[in-house]
Structure formats: C-alpha cells, structure tokens
Write a protein that binds this ligand. Structure first.
Ligand code: 13P
Length: 255
C-alpha cells in the first residue's frame, strides 16, 4: 500500500560531473526498474543537469531544503516555485539545518506549507539528540516535532507527505538505531498521525528511518512494519552501497 523508498541525501557532496557519474553508475547497478522508489537528493546545482540526464532513468529527484517565501530579498535561498517542476520532493527540517542553521519547528512548519502549496512533496525530518535520548525524552520530542511540523495541514496534505525519523546521535556516526527501536519510533510517528488525522491518513503516510543506514542493516530496518524506507547519507554516496540497499529492499517487497 505504501511504496517503499530509498532516499539518498547527498548533503554538501558531489560536483555536477560527479553527480552525473554517480547517477549513471547507480542506474547500471540497480538494473531493471524495481518496486522501490529511488530518490536522489543532490545539491541544488546538480538538480537541473540530473533532471535532463536522468529523464530516462527511474529516479525521483529531491532538493535538500527550500525557503518558505516565493521570492524576495533572501540572499542565497531557493524558493518552492523555483523547484516546482524540477523536483518531486524537498527535504525539510533536517537536523543539520536545525542544529547548524537555526531552523526551528516554526520554520519547518512554514516550509512544509510552502512546499505543498507548490506541488512539492515534503520529507519532514524529526529526531532527538543524544542528550534527549539519554534523558528518556525521545517520545515527547518526536511527538512535539511531528505535531509542530504538521500544524495547520489538512488530512489530504499530511497523507501525501513523507516523515523521516532521524535520531541525531545516529547520523554519520556509524551507530544506527537498532531496527527494533527505529521501528518503534516510526510506529510512534504513525500513532501521532493517527491521533491527529485518523487511521486512513496514518496508514497512507510514508515514514522513513535515517541514521547510519547501510547495506548491512537495511534488511532488518525494512522488515519493521512501520518503516517504509530509509533516508541515507554516507551510504548513498557510493553507487554500490546505495544500489545494494535498493535491491535488498526490492527483495523484501517482492511478492
Ligand atoms: P548517514 O546515513 O550518513 O548517517 O546520514 C543520515 C542522514 O542524515 C540522511 O539525511
């Protein structure tokens, strides 16, 4: 019912030439189109070249961020109308943006509204810090972040978007959450959706796990019933490891 997704967040990596080469390699390694949605989120500069080059390949494209205004005096920013037609998705509120660039639940909410207004599918990121995790605050933090991000959205809008649970302590550390914990927290995200918008919406909305996901742990992660895919950083920068994750997931979902 929910199409599984392997989303590569390339962060601030890859020149245009490198991005094109990596995309071609992935396409060759994955081979025939699978039941898994392959989403590539390269830096902004790579989006247009990739859109052209990958037109015949089975990739969705996503941006890593956007502003909430349509246009204006916001030096260095990119707006949703600029991305419309170019990408399918936009990552919003990644923990690196929250921690390093001052994003808040409020800006995440504004960006989510703006993206939806311009026919972009937000991938809304939530996740607790190590301190919060150790203090036993994970459930409260995730509930608050999900509720704040989705504030004011209709049920139809919520079921169209994607939520990514990315515990901050697992990002780039090689220390992924256990599949069981990841599954439980993604289940909690779904419970919040159920509380806010009912069963149908909760059943349709895709929830991803992110944080040191790799070919070795993806199988256990994807076996979790509440996890619909992964938001992958480091392992998405190598064609082989990303392609392996797509193929392992396709295997799990094959009838
Ligand atoms: P890593 O897979 O490198 O831990 O990064 C996860 C992430 O932040 C994806 O958005």
């Amino acid at each position: 019912m929910r199409k599984p997704m392997m989303a590569g967040n390339w962060k601030m990596n890859m020149t245009v030439a490198e991005a094109l080469a990596l995309t071609l390699q992935i396409d060759q390694l994955v081979g025939e189109a699978t039941a898994v949605e392959q989403l590539l989120c390269p830096p902004f500069l790579c989006l247009h070249p990739l859109k052209e080059a990958a037109a015949a390949m089975p990739f969705s494209l996503g941006a890593q961020n956007c502003h909430w205004q349509d246009s204006g005096a916001f030096t260095g920013e990119i707006s949703p109308p600029m991305l419309r037609g170019l990408v399918d998705y936009v990552i919003i509120g990644h923990s690196e943006r929250r921690q390093l660039f001052g994003e808040t639940d409020k800006s995440v909410n504004k960006k989510t509204h703006a993206a939806l207004t311009h026919q972009l599918t937000p991938i809304v990121c939530v996740g607790e810090s190590l301190d919060q995790n150790e203090r036993g605050e994970t459930a409260a933090v995730i509930t608050a972040q999900v509720s704040a991000a989705l504030d004011g959205l209709s049920a139809g809008q919520v079921q169209s978007l994607v939520i990514a649970y990315e515990p901050i302590w697992a990002i780039g550390t090689g220390r992924a959450a256990t599949a069981q914990t990841a599954g439980e927290i993604c289940g909690l995200v779904r419970a919040v959706l159920r509380q806010l918008h009912g069963n149908a919406v909760a059943d349709l909305t895709r929830v991803l796990y992110g944080g040191s996901a790799n070919p070795d742990n993806i199988s256990a992660i994807m076996e979790q019933p509440d996890i619909d895919g992964a938001l992958i950083g480091g392992a998405s920068l190598q064609a082989r490891s990303y392609a392996d994750m797509v193929k392992i997931t396709a295997e799990i979902y094959s009838p």
